[in-house]
Structures are given as C-alpha cells and as structure tokens.
Design a binder for this molecule. Sequence first.
Ligand SMILES: NC(=O)c1ccc[n+]([C@@H]2O[C@H](COP(=O)([O-])OP(=O)(O)OC[C@H]3O[C@@H](n4cnc5c(N)ncnc54)[C@H](O)[C@@H]3O)[C@@H](O)[C@H]2O)c1
Ligand SMILES: O=P(O)(O)OC[C@H](O)CO
Length: 331
Amino acid sequence: MTAQAQTIGIAGAGAWGTALANAAAIAGNDVVLWMRSPEHAAALAQPRATDRCLPGVRLHARTRPTAALADLASAHAVLLVTPAQTTREMAAALGVVLPAATPLVLCAKGIERDSRAFLCDVVETVRPGAPIGVLSGPSFADDVARGLPTAVTLACRDAALAEALATALSGPTLRVYHRTDLRGVEIGGAAKNVLAIACGAVAGKGLGESAKAALIARGFAELLRFARAYGGEAETLMGLSGLGDLVLTCSSAHSRNFAFGQRLGQGMSVTDAAGGKLVEGAATASALVALAKAKNVDMPIAEAVEQVLSGAWSLDQAVDALMNRPVKSEH
Ligand SMILES: NC(=O)c1ccc[n+]([C@@H]2O[C@H](COP(=O)([O-])OP(=O)(O)OC[C@H]3O[C@@H](n4cnc5c(N)ncnc54)[C@H](O)[C@@H]3O)[C@@H](O)[C@H]2O)c1
Ligand SMILES: O=P(O)(O)OC[C@H](O)CO
C-alpha cells in the first residue's frame, strides 16, 4: 500500500464499521462497505439516507454500500468490523473472495470464547500467511462519525505495512499511530472491555469515584501482567490501545461494557443488563480468565467479573473477595 488514494473495504456496517467507513472516505479513500442485509445496503445507497446505527449520520459520497462480499475483492485492505465472536466465520468467508495478499485488519475487541484463541491467531489459522493488522484504541463510533478528534493505533508485524495503512486511514479528525506489536494491541482492546464491566458495576452500586479510580489502576496492572505473559510489549499497553482505551471505557456510560456493568450494579440480571446490545467484555471474560490462569497471571478483577457473569458470585461477594485479598506489595 502507498499513501495515495486506496480502496478500503469494510466488512460489517454496525456503528464502528460505518464510522470507520466515513473516516476512511474523509481521509481520501474510496470505500466499499459490506453488510449482511441487501435491504440495508439498498436503503443506505439512497441519496440522503441516514444510518440506523448512528442516527443522523449519512454515508460519505465515496462510501459504497453493498451486500455482496465479493465486492471487497478489489480493496487494497479490508477492515473486519463484526463482533469478535464472528471473526472465524467472517475470516473464512473473506478468505474465499480476497486475494491472499490483501491485508485484513481486525477492528473487533475480544478473544474467541470457545477456543480461547486470540483473534489474530484465529485469522492466521483460517487465512495462513495473509497479512494481518489490528486497529484499536479509545474511540466511540459516535465521536468518530461526528468528526470529533480521535486517535487510535494500528499494528501489523510488517512495520512498512502498518505505516502505510495508518497513513491511508489518517485524516483531519482521525489520527492513526502505527506499531508492530500485534499481540499487545489486541490484548489491550480485549481485556479493557472486561475491566470496564467492573467499573460500571462500581458506578451502578454507588461505590464512589475512589473505588472506580482504584479499579482502573489495579485493572491496568492486570492488563499489563497479562500482556507481558502473552508477548505484548509494556509500551504498547501504556499507549492508546491499552491505558487510553481502558480509561475511556471505564469512565463513560456511553460504553456498552460500562453501561452493562452499571445495570448489573443497579440490580439487573446478567441477561437483562445487556439490553440487546453487543457487550464484548461479557463474551470474552471467561476466555481471558482461562488464559490468565494457564500462565499463572493474577487477574482478580477480571476473575470477579467472570464469577459474577457465570452466576457463581453476587456483586457483594465480588467486592468482598477483592477487598479481602491478602495485603501485598503494590507491584
Ligand atoms: N461502537 C464503537 O464505538 C466501537 C469502537 C471501537 C471498536 N468497536 C468494536 O467493533 C466491533 C463491532 O462493534 P459495533 O459497535 O460496530 O457493533 P454493532 O452491534 O453496532 O454492529 C455489529 C455489526 O456486525 C454485524 N454482524 C453481527 N453478527 C454478524 C455475523 N455473524 N456475520 C456478519 N455480520 C454480523 C451486525 O449486523 C452489525 O452490523 C466490536 O468488537 C467492538 O468492540 C466498537
Ligand atoms: O461501547 P464499548 O464498551 O464496546 O466500547 C467502544 C470502544 O471499544 C471504545 O474504545
């Protein structure tokens, strides 16, 4: 890829896929935006149509909606923006239509629940040898779609490809940094969602701002330990895709993960608290905790979230368990 105008393919037209499509178009690219529903694609192709995931937002003139996956075949790179648990099936379907050299950039934040596999590893199994990227960082789709200034990180093992993709996607309101630490970037996005559920629960239960700050700091320590154990670089976790995204998601009820935790804290059941929305941290918690245990990584906050989600603990039991751990050195 070069810095010249590119065709960027986007697979998945939910809130984030649509926001990224417009950002890529504003950055000067032609964009093909794939969605499952032909009706949705036809509706979005109408002049002046607004998006159903991002009310009031119109597709940029350079973004072409389609329901035919094969339309992504000519893209210079494809961003995969469907939920984390659909990564395997989507990567396999894309593998049929994309040339082997087309980079696939993962934008979902999670770990595959059943296999406990990192999403990059899932894609590597399905599309061996094809270039992979991960795009992650503190970014609410609404903010990006409204043109509010946002910065994210894009990682590829190949530094030149990471830089080319970051250049192609960067525009006046979206700044994309690049790194080669694929693992660190994907871990930051996956783990912060689980920790944000805990912060939301603290807010919902009215446990105070001090408790929330403590959870963010101790959550970050967990994230760092986990990433180190799995080959992520500490520097990555201290950046946008780690600390940056943890702070955003743990501080705002605009986050679906935080809002889910908040509703749990207010006494709602696990089933009702999601409210039909995608809560990636709930889908990823058990895999994150299992992976942590496999490497003896201490992640008490993530574990407490997992215990509450599985019904093993009440929220009060989770708070007790966290507060009554043996006194230890901070690091
Ligand atoms: N919304 C944000 O602010 C934001 C920001 C950064 C990252 N993300 C990440 O992006 C991913 C997608 O989030 P979103 O906000 O766009 O979610 P969303 O619920 O708004 O959209 C998900 C999209 O995926 C489609 N989809 C669902 N199952 C599918 C399947 N089996 N096959 C094909 N398509 C399928 C849905 O039709 C929908 O269009 C998540 O992993 C999320 O963590 C979201
Ligand atoms: O709404 P959430 O909790 O899925 O968070 C959205 C983004 O990941 C924030 O960076």
